[in-house]
Design a protein around this ligand. Structure first.
Ligand code: C2E
Ligand code: MG
Ligand code: MG
Ligand code: MG
Length: 281
């Protein structure tokens, strides 16, 4: 009896492990050449200035549609792209594509106003020493002011403490590119990083925004984070705003910017442009 159970348990685990490993391998395999096959596309989530009631930009979020796997979420494929190194070429695609959206945006007559694009960068993109030059060259080739490009990083980028990363971040911000701390509040030592690195923007993780209408703890944490950010001269973005009640509280607390399903989900480029034209007409 025990023996039989043991054997079953064993085969249960190997089956589960096989499925996980199999999926990972398939993702790795399918990711090779996916860029060339045009399987990656950027969606954009508009960002709002909650005081002026204006669209000030959008966050670029990568989508992957593969013939074998269907649509794969970035939370699943980005970590694998990091491990295999494919993230470098994917990341370059994301930057190039975002800059070309900025150009197309400027050519839409009804949208003749400032607009910026926020791009997410992973830790291993910072180990690539050509990152700074790539950004600088791409900006000047596209003839885009550096202030229109924002880079979002999480503390994962900073954790190694390598001095080359500090240098890269300083070079990038000296150029005029905006630097944001993403998912603030979810890590371990974000506070010391705010002192040490040249951040311009802080994005409060949606986990806290979700709680502001429900519990005092999240409300107080968001209130304090906004006050602290302003004290440090940073702008604050609330991520994952889903309801009018959340937005009302965020406005009361002096939050500068917001994004989330309440305004819009991430959408394809043409939808973003249509949405923005409608917003302003
Ligand atoms: P993130 O940068 O923190 O992006 C925010 C995530 O929250 C996005 O998920 C977005 O679709 C989702 N979101 C936005 N508003 C709401 C809301 O109101 N409610 C809820 N429940 N969710 C909301 P997504 O697109 O699946 O991306 C997940 C993560 O994958 C991103 O987190 C980012 O870390 C990473 N990622 C996405 N695109 C890229 C990329 O181009 N490069 C890199 N390196 N990472 C990326
Ligand atoms: Mg982000
Ligand atoms: Mg985030
Ligand atoms: Mg995130």
């Amino acid at each position: 009896q025990a023996k039989a159970l043991g054997r079953n348990t064993y085969s249960f685990f190997t089956k589960q492990m096989n499925t996980v490993i199999q999926r990972r391998l398939t993702i790795e395999e399918q990711m090779r050449g996916a860029l060339q096959r045009n399987e990656f596309i950027l969606y954009y989530q508009p960002q709002f200035d909650v005081k002026k009631n204006e669209i000030i930009g959008a966050e670029a979020l990568l989508r992957w549609l593969n013939p074998v796997l269907g649509s794969v979420a970035p939370d699943e494929f980005i970590p694998i792209a990091e491990k295999t190194g494919v993230i470098i070429s994917i990341g370059e695609f994301v930057i190039k594509e975002s800059l070309s959206l900025l150009k197309r945006w400027k050519n839409v007559e009804q949208l003749n106003r400032n607009f910026s694009i926020a791009v997410n960068l992973s830790p291993s993109q910072f180990k690539d020493l050509s990152l700074f030059n790539f950004i600088k060259t791409s900006l000047s080739n596209a003839n885009i002011e550096p202030q229109s490009l924002e880079l979002e990083i999480t503390e994962g980028v900073l954790m190694s403490g390598e001095s080359s990363i500090t240098d890269t971040l300083n070079d990038i911000t000296n150029l005029g590119v905006i630097l944001s701390m993403d998912d603030f509040g979810t890590g371990y030592s974000s506070l010391s990083y705010l002192r040490k690195y040249p951040f311009n923007v802080l994005k409060i993780d949606r986990g806290f925004i979700n709680g502001i209408t429900k519990n005092n703890e999240d409300y107080s944490l968001v209130e304090a984070t906004i006050a602290m950010s302003h004290g440090l001269g940073l702008k604050v973005v609330a991520e994952g705003v889903e309801t009018k009640e959340q937005l009302t509280i965020l406005k009361e607390l002096g939050c500068d910017l917001a994004q989330g399903y309440y305004f819009s989900k991430p959408i394809p480029e043409q939808d973003l442009i249509d949405f923005s034209i409608r917003f302003y007409s």
